[in-house]
Design a protein around this ligand. Sequence first.
Ligand SMILES: NC(=O)c1ccc[n+]([C@@H]2O[C@H](COP(=O)([O-])OP(=O)(O)OC[C@H]3O[C@@H](n4cnc5c(N)ncnc54)[C@H](O)[C@@H]3O)[C@@H](O)[C@H]2O)c1
Length: 498
Amino acid sequence: MDGSGYSVTPLAAGDTVWFSPGVVHRAVNHGGLRLRVVMSHAGLPEAGDAVMTFPDAVLADPALYASAAALPGPDASPHERLAAAHRRRDLAVEGYADLAPGGVLDPEALARLHRRAAALVRPRVDRWQSTWRSAHDAAEAATEAQARGARGRQAGLPRLRAHRPTVHRPRLRHVRAPHHPHPRRRVMTATLRAAIIGTGAIAHAHAEAIAALDGADLVAVTDRDPEAARRFADARGGAVYDDLVALLADARPDVVHICTPPGVHAEQAIAAMEAGAHVVCEKPAALSLAQLDAMMEASQRTGKRLSVVFQQRTGTAAAHVKGLLDSGALGRPLVAVCQTLWFRDQAYFDVPWRGSWATEGGGPTLGHAIHQIDLLAYLLGDWESVRADLWRVGRETGTEDSSTATVAFANGAIASVVTSAVSPREVSAIRLDTEKATVTLEHLYGHGHAHWRITPAPGVQESEAAQWALPAVEEPSGHVPLLRGVYAALAEGGEPAS
Ligand SMILES: NC(=O)c1ccc[n+]([C@@H]2O[C@H](COP(=O)([O-])OP(=O)(O)OC[C@H]3O[C@@H](n4cnc5c(N)ncnc54)[C@H](O)[C@@H]3O)[C@@H](O)[C@H]2O)c1
């Protein structure tokens, strides 16, 4: 199209073409192609039939078209990416309505279309892309093999069975990069080799997320209890090592996931970074600010990234609410309540590493409430002052079992933060009162859209409140979106989100 590596394929109206969305975006953004396409991916389970087109009014106006076709830049925040995806989806649906006879679609058909168009932007699109890639690569390989066979037969050569030498699995694998400027070439994209230390409860969430990601492979595990490590490896994969030193020396992982109790996070994270691995460390990162400083110094010194798991700030609902707050759509935030009211019996505190400042670094405020407090800070921004008290009201433990705090934020909002490990009806909750609305979140260990509610203040017009609705695309909070972001940032050489 523009001499920069695209192939020129003359098309007639009604032709059926196979293409990747990336090719279309490049053609639109760099090749000046005006786009009105109805895509049909019959047979690809994740895609269904998808529609991508722009309304007549947009097609007719170059400036409107340029902004509609623009993709979010590499520095765009998750919220900006989601907002851009929604904008494109809504335009696509509007554009399809233009194509419909008389420009009118009945509401049910429109809703169906919305869902289909959402297939293009929903979070599982990565899985869809990889399905598409393998289908496409297989078709390409078959075409090449056919062509080779035809050439061989033409030259009268015998057909030989290829000899494949045994090779070690390469650290890099070929994938088709969706936004590479030369769609017909292949580029090398790293699959990061992951290792897990500490194969207890939370390690399973890490292994599940690693398995769900395209760019990650679990290659090694270790635990101070060798039997626990072996059972874990049997279920989740990875070679078993006696200890972290042996694992780092032999498996040479790109990323080490630290899923051990907090008392050993700092030394293990520093050892991993010094051995050349990035670190994903479970919360709480460390026992003290001094330990955290030492971890951050090791990261600076080695050039390896340190990321701490705060998965409650992930998910499409949190991103949406943050977008509403940051854009000022809800007015100024005024008052907040943040509660982590959980129930842990005495046996919970009797586990040796729990309930002690020396091994846990704190009680439920650091161990449990850290998630809700992180989400509150994610939504409201920097804090300015904290007044807090620790209480021991119902359990025998060396730390607190409850705490109360007042936090003043830089934006002027104030929050009351209550934490307890003695509350029979458990809840994790955030309530934000802004000038225009009350936002509430009530859940326990993870949230989806159903857990959030936005109530307009008296006097707010229905039409305005309607614009705050949660997006049609939903992904709950969790380790998968968190680690997807971390691995994407590591692959691009950028800064992980947390
Ligand atoms: N993000 C979350 O939602 C979440 C949830 C639960 C736990 N966590 C955090 O994850 C970490 C682990 O918690 P868990 O519930 O999985 O604990 P766990 O007791 O179930 O598992 C810890 C594992 O680490 C192993 N281990 C202990 N010391 C070790 C050492 N020095 N070297 C190697 N292995 C060692 C233990 O044998 C055990 O298998 C804690 O920091 C905890 O706060 C986070």
